[in-house]
Design a protein around this ligand. Structure first.
Ligand code: SIN
Length: 550
């Protein structure tokens, strides 16, 4: 047993003094999955959506490439299915992928009808982009590389004009409320103005994104600290496949600058990866070369850098020219110009960085988790669509399709009586100040990058586990009263879980690369599931889940 198996942080909380609210559906997270879910939930009752930061700060907002779907005349859902399965390296669940590719086009059409702008060719047809792992151009985009911004504008506009939805920004969900029958009945939250409050709900939906901030090098915004995953873990939910963190091949590598994403769509337009001497990095490594699935390209880059001793590689987009680059990628052109780089004239310095949390809270195809009353969708969920490596631009699509599905299931089985007759508070007084939180957080992120990064090995993973267990003893034992403290505890919990899972999977598969186990295990097509309090992982062969079909 380690400190991470300790239930001490799990509420139930009770205090007559804590304000209480009640809602039919509580959605934690205001990215694409949460907002899509809210629109659906409002058809059936009232909804509260929580965003821990400003409403416009989510990974979805920053999405560049776009939304993948078989919309072209000569494309097919079968082809999209096949590309998704191939990228997923043997861990995708067929029913989930089928739902994704089949329901995706309808979701996009609904968005367009609802007012979302998309880029079109002169003839009026959708201008579709190409990205890694896709056999053909099928990425719907907007304003070139600002798809997330327009998608979230369109969804937020619908949410704001839909009756029955309340949006709480800067509201941090600390823990889930779990009743004596093990049902999730809402969440304990904190707001800088209103303090602690309990929100009881007939259905609680986690849509709070991933945990990219657990790595020092990450394309994710500051808010991506894995809070929902950690909170669900403390509540006793089954989490799955958390060893799979996707590293995006191309983030900007400039000293002191954030690791800005350089969309894969740039390679889709013909840019190639080169080293300092101008040698092509991906030539001969994969039939799709620079447009191979993301894990293959990331691996190609880091192995090339290890051989050459260089600190970074380059993206050569000069065939687009300055004008072509800034026309197709206006957001990127502006961001690069801030560093004195002309994307269509200069080589762009890049290095892979953590980008997408592939594993998460295990769900069925309707977002149901292992706990009654709790649902998950979007990046926090592991529903089988991404396998061991997500296909480019399938994440916004997943948020749309499964955000809706999770809500439909949640409404169907919603709890009649979430508010308990009696409840008990276990709020302890704060001893914040004992710890230098910035130091804990930056030590954790560096340790994750060094030891649980793109290429892993057993010895480093084990060292890291010992270190995290030690840190956990004091960092998880402290009681905080601010988001910085809770986030640091959540990052530590998620980092520990990821390290434990990475040590357990003794093979190389998809985004999980082990230098000491360099090949895929022919018997490795299983999910690794973890539940608080259980000492061993649950191994579930792919295809053996009992899928609900509501
Ligand atoms: C990109 O534009 O390269 C990122 C899209 C994604 O992560 O799917």
């Amino acid at each position: 047993m380690s400190i991470f198996d300790d239930r001490r942080f799990l509420i139930p909380f009770r205090s007559q003094l804590l304000p209480q609210l009640f809602t039919d559906t509580l959605i934690v997270g205001a990215g694409v999955a949460g907002m899509r879910g809210a629109i659906e939930a409002a058809l059936h009752g009232n909804v509260i959506v929580l965003a821990k930061g400003p409403l416009d700060l989510s990974n979805s907002q920053y999405a560049q490439g776009g939304i993948a779907a078989a919309l072209a005349e000569d494309d097919s859902t079968a082809a999209h299915f096949l590309d998704t399965m191939t990228a997923g390296a043997g861990l995708c669940e067929v029913p989930a992928v089928r739902i994704l590719v089949d329901e995706g086009p309808g979701e996009i059409e609904r968005l367009i009808q609802g007012g979302m702008r998309v880029d079109r060719a002169q003839c009026g047809a959708l201008a579709l982009g190409l990205e890694g792992g896709h056999g053909r151009a099928r990425i719907v985009h907007c304003d070139g590389d600002m798809t997330g911004r327009e998608l979230m504008r369109a969804l937020s506009a619908s949410v704001r004009t839909t009756a029955g939805i309340r949006l709480f920004d800067k509201c941090f969900a600390i823990d889930l409320c779990v009743d004596s029958q093990g049902r999730v009945t809402g969440a304990l939250t904190w707001h800088p103005r209103f303090g602690l409050q309990v929100i009881w709900a007939r259905a609680t939906i986690l849509a709070a994104g991933g945990a990219g901030q657990v790595y020092r090098e990450s394309s994710n915004p500051r808010v991506a600290t894995g809070d929902a995953l950690a909170m669900a873990w403390r509540a006793g939910v089954l989490v799955r496949d958390v060893e799979f963190m996707q590293f995006h091949p191309t983030t900007l590598y400039v000293a002191g600058a954030p690791r800005h994403l350089i969309s894969e769509a740039v390679r889709g337009e013909g840019a190639v990866l080169v080293d300092r001497a101008g040698n092509r990095i991906m030539a001969g490594l994969h039939p799709q070369e620079d447009l191979a699935p993301r894990d293959v390209v990331t691996r190609g880059i880091v192995e090339h850098l290890a051989r050459s001793g260089d600190s970074h590689a380059f993206l050569d987009a000069r065939l687009l020219t300055s004008t072509g680059f800034s026309k197709r990628f206006p957001g990127l052109a502006e961001m690069l110009a801030g560093f004195g780089i002309d994307g269509g004239r200069d080589l762009i310095p890049i290095h892979p960085a953590a980008h997408y949390t592939v594993g998460g809270v295990q769900t069925d195809v309707d977002g149901r988790t292992s706990l009654m009353g709790l649902y998950a969708c979007g990046e926090v969920a592991s529903n089988g669509v991404h396998g061991a490596n997500r296909l480019a631009s399938n994440s916004l699509l997943e948020g749309l399709v499964f955000g809706r599905r999770a809500v439909i299931a949640a409404i169907k089985d919603s709890l009649a009586d979430p508010v308990p007759m009696q409840w008990e508070s276990r709020v302890r007084t704060s001893v914040a100040g004992e710890l230098d939180l910035d130091d804990v957080r930056s030590s954790l992120r560096s340790a994750m990058w060094r030891n649980v990064g793109i290429v892993r090995d057993g010895a480093k993973l084990r060292d890291c586990l010992d270190m995290f267990s030690f840190w956990g003893r004091y960092a998880l034992g402290s009681v905080f009263d601010n988001p910085e403290g809770w986030e640091t505890q959540n990052l530590l919990t998620v980092g520990h879980l990821m390290t434990r899972a990475a040590a357990e999977r003794r093979e190389t598969r998809g985004a999980h690369i082990r230098s000491d186990w360099p090949l895929a295990d022919p018997a490795g097509a299983f999910h690794l599931g973890w539940v608080l309090g259980e000492s061993a992982a649950r191994r579930t062969p792919v295809g053996s889940e009992v899928w609900s079909a509501s």
